[in-house]
Design a protein around this ligand. Sequence first.
Ligand SMILES: Nc1ncnc2c1ncn2[C@@H]1O[C@H](COP(=O)(O)OP(=O)(O)OP(=O)(O)O)[C@@H](O)[C@H]1O
Ligand SMILES: [Mg+2]
Length: 512
Amino acid sequence: MAPPAPRQTNPPPLLTMSGITKSFPGVRALDGVDLDVQAGEVHCLLGQNGAGKSTLIKVLAGAHQPDGGEIVWQGAPVALKSPVAAMRLGIATIYQELDLVEGLSVAENIFLGHEPATAGFVRSRAARATAAELLARLGHPEIDPRRLVGELSAAAQQIVSMARALSHDVRLIVMDEPSAALDPDEVDNLFRIVGDLTTGGVAVVYISHRLEEIRRIGDRVTVLKDGRAAARGLPARTTPTRDVVALMTGRDVEYAFPRRTTEAPTPEQPVLRLQGLARDGEFEPVDLDLAPGEIVGLAGLVGSGRSEILETVYGARRPTAGRVLVDGRPLRPGSVSAAVRAGLGLAPEERKAQALLMLESVTRNVSVSSLARFSRAGWLDRGAEREAARRSVRDLSLHPDDPERPVRTLSGGNQQKAVLARWLLRGCRVLLLDEPTRGVDVGARAELYAVIRRLADEGMAVLLVSSELPEVLGLADRVLVLREGRVVHTAPAGELDEHRVLDLVMEGSPSC
Ligand SMILES: Nc1ncnc2c1ncn2[C@@H]1O[C@H](COP(=O)(O)OP(=O)(O)OP(=O)(O)O)[C@@H](O)[C@H]1O
Ligand SMILES: [Mg+2]
């Protein structure tokens, strides 16, 4: 007979947060949250946009001071008065919006905030060697410690942020939606890093809206809803998706993609036409006809030229060959205003830098591209502006439901919804969407899909870029697969599945 299994005794938690509260003017972001994290585990935080995830981890990082509650670290109560205080205990954070200094080098960023690190040390060869070692350990030996951070890709910047975390003696690393800007192979690298860390006894708090990631690397899950823990310490791998989603949203969410209710349009009368459109070094000639009511998806890895195509169509980049026609008339190349006048709208990938007026209200952000519509004899009809914005914000269930709030104070996912609301309000004829659901929670995602479907049914043409293959395959009528700047395959979405697209994206294939 097998010897009796040793009795499972749970070691005392590395971290216990209890009853944490935090209010901002007009919002109770945290309403008594409890969280406990064990050494060596991956503890996932799930919750809808605005549930309080980022606020909670900012409290843990010493970036926000809580209004109430207690934090116990390795058995002793602590006050995390500043980010330096948190770091000194061994708590490091990779934020949703990376907080690197673009004008400093990689090595300088990595050692920023280290107490012994004087400017002399950071510039020294020893510091660069340590930085290089950390980057290599993270699977990216090609990142040069002397490069300016501003010149790096989003994925590389994130690695630098991680190297900074590891340059301290960490016991706990918090990652706020680290995978949102990563390719599948970069996500694999990230998960390898997470595995190495936890094997070494480091705890990871992991925030993501992608449930499949939580299944892959998570040990336990805490679900936040409206600033409270709706469930704590659920098993990450075995808790049914239905239950998790119901805890997050308080309802059952229908996963299916909305079906088109109209006949799929044929591009005989295209509203948008790309003829040999190309940009040297970015993408090779693309031909595409897009009919009113049609949704075409561009699938491919980050860097395959997807976003560059959208931006060139939109006039933000000037093509080196070919042209864009709207209703058969060529657009002036490299002119955003010409594109907008012709009825094009772009919801870009980098919201903060390209799209949002962070200090302005949601209303103004939403209506900024449609101001002409709200002008009466030179005066802005604020009532009409507000009303239209309110409607468009409702469509996407933006939270909190207060269009007068500055966008800066919205959660990451809700900022994304504000960008989309802008283009929905504008009523453009061709909508160019770049990663529309990045950082958007599962509940809001379903609503967003329904809105995109409805707009297409009403005759809007949509060109969609997304790293989420189910999204491309579920929404689009037709899919163009890109690899290294070249369209390697075009097919109706119904003839493709995820495996086929991944094969094409990774290796390419002679079929075209
Ligand atoms: N600096 C701030 N000022 C005012 N309100 C804020 C501020 N930061 C966050 N909030 C509000 O607190 C609430 C929680 O936001 P938080 O960023 O923690 O959400 P989240 O769970 O991280 O969401 P997401 O998944 O969209 O990133 C939201 O209602 C948000 O608008
Ligand atoms: Mg957040």
